[in-house]
Design a protein around this ligand. Structure first.
Ligand code: SAH
Ligand code: DHB
Ligand code: MG
Length: 224
């Protein structure tokens, strides 16, 4: 019942303000051949990420978890021509699909996909000194979310916006005794986020055409 209403309202908002063009529609279709069909953000969530990138005047964005490049396209479209988006993906097959979608979006000059385990790629990115990033979107596997957050902080400056997807998981995060590794991963992340003195943060609960979930949004504070 309620889910139907959430979906109808999501559609209403999308029709008004979050319309996908043919590139995004095509990317979404191509996602059926990825390892996690349906794990992409929704259109309105993509628009929301894009707004955050615009708000933070982002020139450099880091994304952890590319899948087929759907969120990458929403974020990449917020960047100026001299912007740069670096996105990390474990699976070569997903990255290949993402690359095609990014080329179709005309974003290949500013998007760089790196393939491998994010926790192995992040130290290399630090060594290359391509940061600090203006915005960082964490959306890969859930158990190491806390480690991704720690890396995000290292690659940040005061004012950097850090966003983490899927931190509510249908409310399963309320269960302190959960044995679900994904739930445990985001529970730990949410706690560390709340306790960290270098960021100010909140979590936005989300409903719509995806299951009930949430996005954490943090801003790195000026020196305190
Ligand atoms: N951001 C995408 C969805 C990402 S789904 C969107 O909204 O469109 C999560 C992705 O993280 C999957 O493609 C998965 O292969 C990738 N992933 C899982 N574990 C990873 C790891 N250790 N390092 C990098 N990517 C990983
Ligand atoms: C999962 C991951 C995601 O990034 C997402 O948006 C939904 C589900 C998952 O691993 O279950
Ligand atoms: Mg996600």
């Amino acid at each position: 019942m309620e889910q139907e209403l959430f979906e109808s309202v999501d559609e209403y908002i999308g029709n008004l303000l979050g319309a996908e063009d043919n590139v995004l529609k095509g990317a979404l279709k191509s996602m059926k051949d990825t390892s996690m069909p349906g794990a992409n953000v929704s259109a309105n969530q993509g628009k929301f990420l894009q707004l955050l990138a615009v708000l933070s005047n982002a020139k450099k964005i880091l994304e952890i978890g590319t899948l087929g490049g759907y969120s990458t396209i929403w974020l990449g479209r917020a960047l100026p021509l001299d912007g740069h988006l670096l996105t990390l993906e474990l699976e070569q097959a997903n990255a290949d699909i993402a690359r095609q979608n990014i080329i179709k979006a005309g974003l290949d000059p500013i998007v760089d996909i790196r393939v491998g385990k994010a926790l192995e790629l992040l130290p290399l990115i630090e060594a290359e000194e391509i940061g600090p990033f203006d915005m960082i979107f964490i959306d890969a596997d859930k158990p190491p979310y806390t480690e991704y957050f720690e890396w995000a902080l290292k690659l940040s400056r005061p004012g950097t916006v850090i966003v983490a997807d899927n931190v509510i998981r249908g409310g399963k995060i309320l269960d302190d005794d959960s044995h679900d590794e994904k739930v445990k991963g985001v529970q730990k992340f949410n706690k560390i986020l709340a306790e960290n003195k270098h960021v100010t943060a909140t979590i936005l609960q989300t409903v719509g055409n995806k299951e009930h979930d949430g996005m954490a949004i943090a801003v790195v504070k000026r020196e305190c």
